[in-house]
Design a protein around this ligand. Structure first.
Ligand SMILES: *Cc1c(COP(=O)(O)O)cnc(C)c1O
Length: 388
């Protein structure tokens, strides 16, 4: 193939927004009816449509996925001095709300089959907590890049120790585990509609639950915890976390095409897999049997010796070609912010750190053209020193 100069090459983004065009119709509806507020018909409809899509009793639309996690912790009564367990291999937004509540995060390593929370590390952490008489107030389980964690094993442990589970499904809307939609396993599920997620409202989130009572408490907290009174009266701390009716309109149009978006991302994954899986030292994030990943991001891992180059070298080659690729999340237990926090390793091996050091997320947008994807594929092959 002819290698053109990079200068004129358009930038290939990791996971850009993908609009349908219909968003503008819903936005116009909001303007025409003057529902320019964090309440309104689009908000109500978006909540109902998302709850129906994942098959739960109700949902609350909020301003971000982070806000949704914060509300979940708040609803579970997490407070200063409490302990909360959290997957280590994740984006910082999974763990920051633990600090907002003044609680102590304990990080749980990944296991190799899903790259998500290791049930055996979780079990050791629970045994230790029980021994000192201080069980966690919640376990936050992340479904990385769309892949569900080992829910049966994790939930069995949470039930055994009677600890509530929050499912951070920010990256896994449209995925499923044994046929059940991602985000519906815990006491709370949370989704994100940030600009880079599988569907977006530019910024936004959702918290779902099967308890209407708990959801109405969430609604109360998310609207400044205003007591029922004729004047403004408040007896507990609240937040301003509701989603704008304009943005909910965007979300409704996006949700209508969620299955198409999932299929497109899975096609992107399949094309990478077909073209690159023969390369020595390059492996793909697995999809556990009986799970269905939305393949939000295609993640690979590089064995430097076999591949002939490090993941860092590959990342720089991509940057030079104006391709946005990213390292796998840096585990929370390696972050300066969480330096003091306990960490439970999968076994005598730490699984998440090597994934961070060798892992790369490839451009995976549902609007990635075949031509652009070929540029990414050729860049990987070039670094692997395969003739293209
Ligand atoms: C994006 C993301 C969040 C936070 O969502 P925001 O809407 O950006 O606040 C939380 N957890 C994970 C795993 C995410 O990827």
């Amino acid at each position: 193939m002819i290698l053109l100069s990079n200068i004129n090459k358009n930038k290939i983004y990791l996971s850009p927004p993908h609009m349908t065009g219909k968003e503008a119709v819903y936005i116009k509806g909001a303007f025409d009816t003057n529902w320019i507020a964090p309440v309104g018909p689009h908000v109500d409809a978006f909540e109902k449509e998302l709850a129906d899509y994942v098959g739960v009793k109700g949902a609350l639309a909020v301003s971000s996925g982070t806000a949704a996690i914060h509300l979940a912790l708040s609803l579970l009564g997490v407070k200063r001095g409490d302990v909360v367990f959290c997957s280590t291999l994740t984006f910082v937004a999974s763990a920051n709300p633990i600090l907002y509540q003044g609680a102590q995060p304990v990080f749980i390593d990944s296991e190799p089959d899903t790259w998500n929370m290791s049930p055996q590390a979780l079990e050791r952490a629970l045994i230790d907590s029980a021994l000192v008489g201080k069980l966690p107030k919640a376990v936050i389980v992340v479904n990385l890049y769309g892949q569900s964690a080992k829910m049966d094993e994790i939930l069995a442990l949470c039930h055994q120790y009677n600890v509530p589970m929050i499912e951070d499904a920010a990256e896994s809307l449209g995925s499923s585990y044994k046929g059940k939609p991602s985000g519906t396993f815990g006491d709370f599920g949370i989704y994100s509609f940030n600009g880079n997620k599988i569907i977006t409202t530019s910024g936004g989130g959702m918290i779902v639950s099967n308890s209407q009572e708990v959801l109405s408490q969430a609604r109360f907290l998310a609207t400044q915890a205003r007591d029922q009174a004729e004047h403004y009266q408040h007896s507990q701390v609240g937040y301003n976390y509701r989603l704008s009716n304009i943005l909910a309109g965007i979300g409704r149009a996006q949700l209508e095409v969620i299955d198409e978006r999932v299929n497109a991302r899975r096609e992107v994954f399949n094309r990478y897999h077909n073209e690159l899986s023969f390369l020595p030292g390059l492996s793909f994030m697995p999809e556990l049997e009986q799970t269905f990943s939305n393949r939000w991001l295609t993640a690979i891992s590089i064995n430097e010796e076999q591949f002939g180059a490090s993941s860092k070298t590959l990342l720089s080659a991509m940057a030079e070609e104006n391709i946005e690729a990213r390292p796998v999340w840096k585990p929370m237990h390696l972050q300066p912010l969480f330096r003091e926090c306990p960490f439970y390793q999968h076994s005598n091996e730490d699984i998440s750190s090597p994934l961070f050091h060798t892992g790369i997320c490839l451009p995976s947008g549902s609007n990635l053209s075949e031509e652009d994807q070929l540029r990414v594929i050729n860049c990987v092959k070039k670094v692997a020193k395969i003739k293209v």
